[in-house]
Design a binder for this molecule. Structure first.
Ligand code: AMP
Length: 554
C-alpha cells in the first residue's frame, strides 16, 4: 500500500497526516504529490472536489515554501468565498506542524483592511477569490510578484462564474517562471484555453474518467409532467426517509417555492440562492452542514463551491442547460467512497436529452417509475415498523406502564396496532388521486388562483422595502410571523426599493390594517394601506403612487 511517507512528505507534514487520521493517500494525492515534490513543473489535474485534491497541491506547496521568508510564495485562486475559507482551513490543518507558516484568505464581502493587515504581517500563502485579489493588487495591498507556485482551483467553476478576465489580469502580476497547478472537475474548452495560454507543457493527470460523474453515483431519472415535479420530489423523499440531499432548481423563485412547500409539508428544508445576503447564505449552509436541514434547495450559482460531505441524493428538479452543470451537481454526492444517487426530473419532450447526458457521462441512467401514493405509504409503514422494533425502551416509563395496560386491556392486539397506525398516519389522504398526496401538495399557486378567481384577495402597500434590507422572502417571513398568519396566507410579495406590496385573503383585512397601527421601524412609522380593489399590479403606477405616499408618511 502506498503511504504518505513513500510519497516524500517531510516529518512535519507526516505528523499532520497522522493527526488528521488520513490512512492512505487518495488517487489524486498518489499521482500528484510525488510529481510536484520532485519537479518544478506546471500541472493540469482533472479531479472532482471530495477527491482530496486540496492536499494534493497543499502538501507540496507547504513543503516547498521557505517559511523563514515572509514574502508571498504561494497563491491559490478559488471561485467562491466558501471554498476559499475551506482551502485556508485545510491548509492550516496540513501545515499545523510547520513553524512560522502564515496562510491568509482574501475574499469579497469582508473587511478589506482587516485582510490587508493580515497580509502585511507576512503571508507565505495567499488563498483568494479573483475579484477581491484583483482589487487588492490594484490598491497595492498585496504583492504577488514573487510567487513561485500558483494554483487555479476549480478552474471550470471560476470560468463559469465569469472570472476569466480577472484571472488573466491577476496572472500578469505574477512571475513567468512560477509553477502553475490547475485543478478542474471538468475540462471544457475554456479551461483548455487557459492551460494552453498560461502554462508551459503541463503534466496532465486524470483521476477517474475524463468528464465523468463520480463512479460512486447511481444516476436515475423520472419522466414527469410539468406539474408533477413537486409530488415526485415528495415521493422520492418518502421512499428515502434518511435522505440528506440537495435539490437543484433553475430559478431563485422556484428554489424558494420548493423550499416553502417542503417546510409547509413538514420537512426540514431551506433555500439558498443569490437573493440571500452572504450572512444568510452562511447561516443556511451551517444548518445544512450540521444536518439541521435535511434538504437544501439551491440554484447552481448559489451552490458553487459548496462542499458538504455525506450528501446522499442530488435531485435535478429541472434539467440544467449545460450537461457540464449536471456533472457538477451530481459530483456533490458519492464522495469519500460512499454511494450517492443523482436523480433527474425530465419532461417527455426533454427525454432525448437523457441520451446526451449518458454520452457525456459514459454511463447509463436508469429510468424509474414514479411510485404511487400507495407504494410510498406501504414503504412508510414498513419503515416505521422497522424503526418501532428497534426503539430503545425508556425505563423511566415503567411506573406508568401498569396504568396504561389496564386502560387498554379491553383492546385486542389487532385493535391496538390499528389504533397506533391510525394515530401515526392520520394525515395521509387515502382518497388522493395518483400524485396528490395531500391537498397542500397541489401547491400554493392553486390556492392563489382560487383567491384571485373569487376576487376575495386584498392587496396591500407597505412603506418598507429593499432599503430596509428586505427581500421578498424575508419580508414574507416577517409579515407571516408578525401577523401570526400561516405559510399560504401572505403571498405575491413584491419588494421595491422604498416600499412593497403583498396580498392576503380579505378575511384578514382588519387584522392586517390594525396590526401595523403605531409600529415604528428605525424611527419611521410603518404604514400599511389597502391598494385599489380589482386593480392589477403595475410597477409603474405604484411607483408614482408610492412616491406620493412617501411624502405624506414621513
Ligand atoms: P478535497 O477534495 O480536498 O475537498 O477533500 C475532501 C475531504 O477529504 C477533506 O475533508 C479532506 O480533509 C479529506 N481528505 C483529504 N485527503 C484524505 C485522505 N488521504 N484520507 C482521508 N481523507 C482525506
Amino acid at each position: 500500500m502506498t503511504t504518505f511517507k513513500s510519497l516524500g512528505l517531510n516529518p512535519a507534514l507526516l505528523s499532520a497526516v497522522e493527526k488528521l487520521g488520513f490512512e492512505a493517500p487518495t488517487e489524486v494525492q498518489e499521482k500528484v504529490i510525488p510529481i510536484l515534490l520532485q519537479q518544478n513543473t506546471d500541472l493540469v489535474a482533472l479531479a472532482q472536489t471530495g477527491t482530496g485534491k486540496t492536499a494534493a497541491f497543499g502538501f507540496p506547496m507547504l513543503q516547498k515554501i521557505d517559511s523563514s521568508q515572509r514574502t508571498t510564495q504561494g497563491l491559490i485562486l478559488s471561485p467562491t468565498r466558501e471554498l476559499c475559507l475551506q482551502i485556508t482551513n485545510e491548509m492550516g490543518n496540513y501545515g499545523g506542524h510547520l513553524k512560522n507558516i502564515n496562510i491568509v484568505a482574501i475574499y469579497g464581502g469582508a473587511n478589506i483592511s482587516e485582510q490587508a493587515k493580515k497580509i502585511k504581517r507576512g503571508a507565505q500563502i495567499v488563498v483568494a477569490t479573483p475579484g477581491r485579489l484583483k482589487d487588492m493588487i490594484r490598491r497595492k495591498l498585496v504583492d504577488i510578484s514573487a510567487i513561485e507556485y500558483c494554483v487555479l482551483d476549480e478552474a471550470d467553476e471560476m470560468l463559469n462564474m465569469g472570472f476569466y478576465e480577472d484571472i488573466k489580469s491577476i496572472l500578469t502580476h505574477t512571475p513567468k517562471e512560477k509553477n502553475s497547478w490547475l485543478f478542474s472537475a471538468t475540462m471544457p474548452q475554456e479551461v483548455n484555453t487557459i492551460a494552453k495560454k498560461f502554462m508551459h507543457d503541463p503534466i496532465e493527470i486524470t483521476v477517474g474518467t475524463k468528464n465523468s460523474g463520480a463512479k460512486n453515483v447511481n444516476h436515475q431519472y423520472f419522466i414527469v409532467g410539468a406539474r408533477e415535479r413537486y409530488n415526485t420530489l415528495r415521493a422520492v423523499i418518502g421512499m428515502n426517509p434518511d435522505i440528506f440531499g440537495c435539490v437543484f432548481c433553475r430559478t431563485k423563485i422556484e428554489t424558494q417555492k420548493v423550499a416553502e412547500k417542503l417546510i409547509h409539508d413538514g420537512y426540514k428544508a431551506a433555500a439558498i440562492h443569490g437573493d440571500l445576503s452572504q450572512n444568510q447564505r452562511d447561516a443556511v449552509m451551517q444548518s445544512f452542514r450540521k444536518k439541521k436541514i435535511q434538504l437544501l434547495i439551491a440554484t447552481d450559482v448559489a451552490a458553487r463551491g459548496i462542499d458538504v460531505e455525506d450528501i446522499t441524493h442530488v435531485i435535478n428538479y429541472q434539467l440544467p442547460d449545460e450537461i457540464e452543470t449536471y456533472t457538477h451537481r451530481s459530483g456533490r454526492t458519492g464522495r469519500a467512497g460512499k454511494l450517492g444517487t443523482s436523480i433527474l426530473f425530465v419532461t417527455k419532450s426533454d427525454r432525448r436529452k437523457i441520451k446526451l447526458v449518458e454520452n457525456k457521462l459514459q454511463t447509463k441512467l436508469t429510468e424509474l417509475e414514479i411510485p404511487s401514493p400507495k407504494e410510498v405509504f406501504q414503504f412508510k409503514i414498513e419503515h416505521w415498523v422497522e424503526q418501532l422494533k428497534t426503539t430503545p425502551i425508556k425505563s423511566d416509563l415503567n411506573p406508568y406502564l401498569g396504568g396504561v395496560l389496564k386502560n387498554l386491556e379491553a383492546f385486542s392486539k389487532e385493535e391496538l396496532v390499528e389504533l397506533f397506525l391510525s394515530k401515526e398516519f392520520q394525515s395521509f389522504d387515502f382518497n388522493a388521486k395518483p400524485l396528490e398526496f395531500k391537498k397542500e401538495g397541489a401547491s400554493e399557486r392553486h390556492s392563489e388562483r382560487t383567491i384571485n378567481a373569487a376576487k376575495d384577495k386584498d392587496r396591500f402597500f407597505i412603506n418598507v422595502g429593499a432599503r430596509d434590507q428586505y427581500e421578498w422572502q424575508t419580508l414574507k417571513d416577517f409579515l407571516r410571523s408578525f401577523l401570526k398568519l400561516d405559510q399560504d396566507d401572505v403571498f405575491q410579495v413584491e419588494v421595491m426599493k422604498n416600499f412593497s406590496f403583498f396580498s392576503t385573503h380579505n378575511k384578514h383585512r382588519d387584522l392586517v390594517l390594525k396590526s401595523f397601527d403605531g409600529l415604528v421601524l428605525d424611527e419611521r412609522k410603518v404604514n400599511v394601506e389597502l391598494t385599489k380593489k380589482g386593480k392589477t399590479y403595475s410597477p409603474k403606477k405604484h411607483f408614482k403612487k408610492g412616491k406620493k405616499k412617501k411624502r405624506s408618511h414621513f
